[in-house]
Design a protein around this ligand. Structure first.
Ligand code: ATP
Ligand code: MG
Length: 509
């Protein structure tokens, strides 16, 4: 591999098209990515960003068009060829081997290991590589046991271990905390300065605008534009993505519920072996309650225990007046206590099954009891939710795995709604979702509250909680330590409170 010349075209696509069944995922796209640039792809859910990344990385073969590497057209571009030419992809849906360690995953299939070199030194090599980027991963930890954010870091190290010169990062920051996001942006800049091309697919437009050199906007499989970041505003980007103006990011917060009403769910001093050290909160009918904390502060762990996935080791959970401390997820679902996981694949969706079947699975118990199970009923229920959330394509018979990342998120939400929640726990509900669809999900949250449902919201985008929640609890190191009314404070004040009590965490620059 020659030393990269800054600005040289590394990979060029000419008139590339790609179809999946009835969907034209890419429609005659031409594009080049260059040495020494961070090139962002933005666009709505289903616009074709991941597909484009996968064509660059050889994972998908184009139906039509050409792939040129260093200005030479390459026949039958595939992952092995791509790897040989230094192209790597960090996929949106992570592809790690759960039962192997961090170090094993990072070096799996990398050149030296194939020849049996340095096998025993995997951990040391991992630490050396990690030191360059400062992730601080434990080389011997099993990937299965890592949080998504850490799994994402493993993927990033994997591509670094391969000395890639084109690295496609498909939503690499979607589950990272602010500080980690800043680290990743720094890493992207380092890679760029070394002459690599980083393709950065993201829905975080602020991050894109701060880090990218050029931005390609995709819409309905077409490349709408490619512009220098210095020449575009956020407003222009959003309009180009959506093909229309966005009417405000947030809907109006619903009126605060009756504060004297009995809580639907009350959690008192909950503890678990997974790092919850004393969390207390409650939610009333029609109330949106946020848990504000950093990634890893124990919010997810606590709610998993409330729902019954993990066990409580102490404290109490009372749901609609009933002791809920020993309940299983099955009990919770049947009683309308619904948890929408941040990990849509592990805890949420069966990828091979259709959207309709996935939705039916959630509501099965209830409607079986009512004796009205029929495919037709299933269909209309599923279609109702899917269209309310503007799933695209709006075809509920397609397997979930065929949908883009953001549309899978909508399927997961539809599934939760079909279970007829009384209390709904939403863990990062807008992860990977485009700006237009985010607004749809916010409207949904508001509507749920207006219908008297209790909503518990976790989001690493603190603004979401600040704009939607009636009340929020501050969480750090497995404990709730304060309560705020978002309407009466500012996100800056809250962040200060959050960071102030965790001396080892500093606010991101
Ligand atoms: N393996 C597949 N099988 C069938 N259809 C697919 C497949 N991959 C993508 N598609 C379809 O191609 C279109 C483009 O999907 P793609 O994943 O590229 O979108 P995206 O821009 O990455 O969206 P998101 O922001 O939601 O991740 C979508 O309509 C999707 O349903
Ligand atoms: Mg995608």
């Amino acid at each position: 591999m020659a030393e990269p010349v800054i600005g040289a075209t590394l990979i060029e696509l000419r008139n590339v098209s790609k179809r999946f069944g009835g969907t034209q995922a890419l429609d005659n796209v031409s594009l080049e990515v260059r040495a020494g640039e961070i090139h962002a792809f933005v666009g709505e859910n289903g616009a074709g960003k991941s597909t484009l990344g996968k064509v660059i990385a050889g994972i998908y073969a184009a139906d039509q068009g050409e792939v040129l590497v260093d200005d030479v057209s390459v026949e039958r571009w595939n992952p092995a060829l791509a790897q040989r030419h230094g192209v790597a992809m960090i996929a949106q849906e992570l592809a790690l081997v759960p039962d192997l360690t961090v170090a094993q995953n990072v070096f799996l299939g990398a050149e030296e290991q194939r020849f049996g070199f340095e096998r025993r030194n995997l951990s040391e090599r991992l630490l050396a590589l990690d030191a360059e980027v400062g992730f601080g991963l434990d080389p011997r930890a099993k990937v299965r046991e890592l949080r998504i954010a850490d799994q994402q870091k493993v993927e990033i190290l994997r591509s670094l271990a391969r000395d890639a010169r084109v690295i496609v990062m498909d939503e690499p920051t979607s589950s990272l905390a602010a500080k980690e996001m800043a680290q990743l942006e720094a890493l992207m800049r380092t890679l760029r300065d070394r002459g690599c091309c980083v393709v950065y697919v993201s829905h975080f437009l602020d991050s894109v605008l701060s880090v990218a050199d050029r931005i390609t906007v995709m819409r309905d499989g077409r490349r709408v534009s490619t512009v220098a970041t210095s020449e575009v505003t956020k407003h222009e980007l959003v309009t180009a993505m959506l093909g229309r103006e966005l009417d405000g990011a947030y809907p109006e917060r619903p009126p605060a519920p009756d504060r004297t009403a009995a809580p639907l769910l009350r959690v008192g001093n909950a503890r678990t072996s997974t790092g919850v050290e004393g969390m207390s909160f409650e939610v009333r009918p029609g109330e949106i309650v946020g848990l504000l904390g950093l990634v890893g502060s124990g919010r997810t762990e606590c709610l998993r225990a409330v729902f019954g996935v993990d066990e409580l080791s102490g404290g109490e959970v009372v749901y609609r007046g009933v002791d809920w401390a020993r309940k299983r997820p099955r009990d919770s679902i049947a009683a309308g206590l619904i948890f929408v996981s941040e990990d849509r694949h592990r805890d949420g969706l069966v990828l091979e099954r259709s959207v309709r079947e996935n939705i039916a699975l959630a509501s099965l118990g209830k409607r079986a009891a009512a004796g009205v199970i029929s495919t037709r009923a299933e269909k209309s229920v599923a279609l109702g939710f899917a269209s309310a959330l503007q799933m695209r394509p709006l075809d509920i018979e397609l397997p979930v795995g065929w949908f883009s990342g953001g549309n899978q998120q909508k399927a997961l939400l539809s599934k939760a709604l079909a279970a007829d929640p009384k209390v709904i726990i939403l863990d990062e509900p807008t992860r990977g979702v485009d700006v237009g669809a985010k607004r749809t999900i916010y409207e949904l949250i508001v509507r749920l509250a207006q219908e008297g449902i209790g909503v518990v919201l976790i989001s690493s985008e603190h603004e979401e909680i600040m704009e939607l929640a009636h009340r929020a609890y501050l969480v750090s190191e497995g404990r709730t330590f304060g309560e705020i009314v978002p309407e009466e404070t500012t996100v800056e004040k809250v962040l200060f409170q959050l960071f102030n009590v965790t001396p080892n965490e500093e606010p991101a620059a």
